[in-house]
Design a protein around this ligand. Structure first.
Ligand SMILES: [Zn+2]
Length: 460
């Protein structure tokens, strides 16, 4: 067999299983064969992967494309992703009427994105709940998100007036009807936050730690309890997205048991690599907040033991000027997709001894399984040849100027991480190498829409 591409003699990372040396042969964008180390094979292109990990391309399950520039985010943020070893992303799509907006938004992604992309639907109204089965089927979307932190006054300021527990419960009932359906929830008890916020503001606090103090971890945990309880009653799989606190994790551990609807947990790279005491000032404002070191350590334990199954970046590509100087008025969220892999390699593999196959599972195989994404996340014949080649020891210092994002800062700027993507391959084509986007990929973005099977299981 002659291959289009041969990735030769790498340390192949099999998510959740282990690492084995060998070569990967690619034909027409698919993995065609796994070969023993040193095996001879003919190929049009060869990448020498000795002493390199070869992992499935990362699929970032949590991004906000369009929060920087609606017009160009798919292009710029997919470049940043490609540089960092990410070959797929899921972004939250919100609008008044999902039936109208999803098609054009998908078309924009198809025109601009260098990597594959798919959607979660943001559910903020009764109309969204009612039209969900239709939209799920039409657009191949199995996942939604409900924003408990936009209840009441906090939601009204953003134009959301229908978010309450009834909307959550209706969404769970609908989610249970969709094949592969999963309801993600932003857990943060926004009704209690003012109890803490008012005295902090009155005291003139303007530091990052105050953002955690106004919404301490137990306010997330309280919402987690109710969401997993409602999920059980509605028989709907739930996903606690961007989990940030140790107490939340304990609640999930206690609530999980055979026979009830699954409880999934996602965390984000910043809850694993930054704390409320990191010297990044208001750049670190995010919802839920960055936490004390003890929470970071507990979340890593959750990643190691599998309680947490997926890790995303919660990428928000706004400009630096929106991040201050007033903590209470600054925007929440920051860019992170380009640094996702390096943060996890540095903090997880090198600092804590987390196996690379565990990182690979949380960033590829588990994401593909949870969100019913076909042909991704595993290195095996027949799967898409979405791969990232990693130098485990390459040191990189995060510089926003080299992230190729619409955003112009990073919460990690100036930090040096050990371990970096050196080649990113999408369906057999190199789309980024050594910290830069491939010129051909830049000129002709070839990302495809991730259509997920819903009711019938097969689509043509
Ligand atoms: Zn959220």
């Amino acid at each position: 067999m002659k291959f289009d591409l041969l990735i030769r003699d790498g340390e192949i990372v099999f998510p959740g299983l282990g690492v084995r040396q060998g070569s990967i042969g690619v034909v027409r964008g698919k993995i065609a064969a796994l070969l023993a180390p040193g095996a001879r094979a003919e190929a049009a292109d060869v990448i020498d992967a000795r002493d390199r990990w070869v992992m499935p391309g990362l699929i970032d399950p949590h991004t906000h494309i369009g929060f920087g520039s609606n017009e160009t985010d798919f292009e710029t943020e997919s470049r940043s992703a490609a540089i960092g070893g990410v070959t797929g992303l899921l972004t939250f799509h919100r609008s008044n009427d999902l039936r109208e907006s999803t098609g054009p938004w998908k078309a924009r992604g198809e025109a601009q994105s260098l990597i594959d992309f798919g959607f979660h639907f943001g559910v903020t109204s009764r109309l969204h709940v009612e039209t969900l089965p239709e939209c799920a089927e039409r657009f191949g979307v199995t996942s939604i998100k409900v924003y408990l932190m936009y209840k009441g006054a906090s939601g009204a300021s953003k134009g959301f007036t229908e978010i309450d527990d009834a909307l959550l419960y209706r969404a769970l009932l609908q989610g249970a009807r969709i094949r592969g359906g999963v309801v993600g929830v932003h857990c943060e008890n926004v009704e209690v936050i003012p109890v803490f916020r008012e005295p902090l503001k009155a005291a003139g606090r303007n530091d990052l730690r105050a953002w955690d103090e106004q919404s301490p971890g137990f306010l997330e945990a309280e919402n987690v309890f109710r969401v997993v309880y409602f999920g059980e009653k509605a028989e709907c799989p739930v996903n606690i997205v961007h989990m940030s606190s140790a107490e939340s994790l304990d609640i999930v551990r206690r609530a999980r048991r055979p026979g009830r609807a699954p409880i999934h947990v996602e965390t984000c790279s910043h809850y694993l690599g930054l704390t409320r005491d990191s010297a990044i000032g208001l750049l670190g404002k995010v919802n839920p907040p960055l936490r004390p070191q003890a929470d970071v350590d507990a979340l890593w334990e959750g990643v190691s033991d599998g309680t947490i199954s997926t890790i995303g970046s919660d990428h928000v590509p706004r400009k630096r000027e929106t991040k201050g100087p007033d903590l209470w008025k600054a925007t929440a969220g920051f860019p992170g997709i380009g640094a996702l892999l390096s943060v996890l390699l540095h903090e997880g593999v090198h600092k804590r001894g987390v196996p690379i196959e565990t990182i690979a599972a949380a960033t590829s195989a588990n994401v593909a399984r949870l969100y019913s994404i076909p042909d991704k996340g595993v290195i095996a014949p027949g799967m898409d040849a979405d791969l990232v080649i990693v130098d485990p020891d390459r040191m990189t210092t995060i510089d926003p100027a080299t992230q190729d994002s619409f955003s112009d800062y990073s919460p990690y700027e100036g930090m040096t991480f050990r371990g970096a993507a050196v080649r990113t391959v999408l369906r057999g084509r190199v789309i980024a190498a050594d910290g830069a986007v491939d010129p051909a990929a830049r000129a002709a973005p070839a990302g495809r829409y991730l259509l997920r099977p819903t009711s019938t299981g097969h689509r043509s």
